[in-house]
Design a protein around this ligand. Structure first.
Ligand code: AMP
Ligand code: TRP
Length: 339
């Protein structure tokens, strides 16, 4: 007698009119300007129109961090940062990845449809092999499979991220196609969405702002630290003398002004005509960043002083997602022939 696969349970219905979005962020230290302008602003904006799920990806962080005590602290700090920047637990679901271990099980199942060659050619894997040559752990290679599982376990169709995640999202779509082709239509192919600042350059003006490079502007740092970071920014390298005209299109300081006031065109004009110098423009940027984030920073400091409240939000988020994650796994088990 031919073995029959158990019928797949009906998929969890998506709340009417509210497609799901998902994004993840690593608990790798204090939140920086690149995170906010490149991704978190979209998390906040999109929570009003979508069933929004946001995850602090501590399993992913283990591929680069091995200090458990620090990871625990940073996970809570990241949660407090996201809440302070405007994630509203009444409007979105915020949780910690390891509180929903179904993600790792689904990652295993997806790994069985993922050719190793796809993972080996992933740009972030190549980069991390160079960055941490003494710790090329297997998690670094399978990192994008876990990322795909994070997204598809909730059948999310939209993923707000910075441009650096585009390759990971393309890989997720390929994994989805491979799974659906082998086992039948199961997951939607998710689409990345970017903000108007999809790649924020760091204080060096050359590389992407990143904690691991050490070129960040830390939005919740004390004002003096922010001033120091902004004043260290590299501007238009061809503007040597104060009287040389500046070129706002290639100056990272000028570009960042776009996000901190409607008068950035006037600031650019001052640079172009050398009426203002780079130092003036940086000073103004520092003060604007400090003022812009001051209310959120205050909120952050309050939240971090009430860790139990933050933990409660995270626990409620993970609990809410349990039936969704379990339902997807049950459907996948049935399709793949697991009992
Ligand atoms: P990570 O800190 O690497 O987990 O990044 C969290 C989110 O911020 C992801 O969506 C990234 O794509 C985004 N992000 C990080 N750095 C930048 C940057 N310099 N410019 C734009 N987006 C960024
Ligand atoms: N790789 C992402 C980053 O470094 C974090 C992440 C993990 C993620 N899982 C995700 C982002 C799912 C979007 C969707 O920023």
């Amino acid at each position: 007698m031919a073995l029959e696969l158990a019928p797949a349970p009906a998929p969890v219905p998506v709340a009417a009119g509210r497609p799901r979005i998902f994004s993840g962020i690593q608990p790798s230290g204090i939140v920086h300007l690149g995170n906010d302008l490149g991704a978190v602003r979209n998390y906040v904006r999109l929570q009003h129109d979508y069933e929004a799920i946001y995850c602090i990806v501590d399993y992913h962080a283990l591929t680069t961090t091995h200090d458990g005590a620090l990871l625990r602290v940073r996970t809570r700090e990241m949660a407090a940062s996201l809440l302070a920047l405007g994630l509203d637990p009444e409007r979105c679901t915020l949780f910690v990845q390891s509180d929903r271990p179904e993600h790792t099980e689904l990652a295993w199942l997806l790994a069985t449809v993922t050719p190793v060659s796809w993972l080996e050619r992933t740009p972030s894997y190549k980069e991390k092999k160079l960055n941490q040559p003494d710790d090329i752990n297997h998690g670094l290679l399978t990192y994008p499979v876990l990322q795909a599982a994070d997204i598809v376990i909730y059948k999310a169709s939209v993923v707000p991220v910075g441009r650096d995640q585009a390759a990971h999202l393309e890989l997720t779509r390929e994994i989805v196609r491979a799974f659906n082709a082998r086992y039948g239509e199961t997951f939607p192919a998710p689409q990345a969405v970017f903000t108007e600042a999809p790649i924020v350059l760091g204080t060096d003006g050359v590389r992407k702002m990143s904690k691991s490079v050490g070129n960040t502007i830390d939005i919740f740092a004390p004002p003096d630290v922010i001033r120091k970071q902004v004043m260290s920014m590299v501007t238009d390298t061809k503007r040597i003398l104060r009287m040389d005209p500046g070129r706002p299109s290639v100056c990272n300081v000028c570009q960042l002004h776009r996000h901190f006031g409607p008068d950035y065109e006037a600031i650019w004009e001052g640079e172009r005509t050398a009426r203002t110098g780079c130092v003036d423009t940086k000073r103004l940027l520092a003060e604007r960043i400090i003022a812009y984030y001051a209310p959120a920073r205050e909120h952050y400091l309050e939240l971090i002083a009430r860790p139990d409240d933050v933990d409660e939000v995270l626990a409620a988020g993970a609990a809410r997602l349990k039936p969704w994650a379990e339902a997807t796994l049950a459907e996948v088990h049935a399709k793949m022939g697991l009992r």
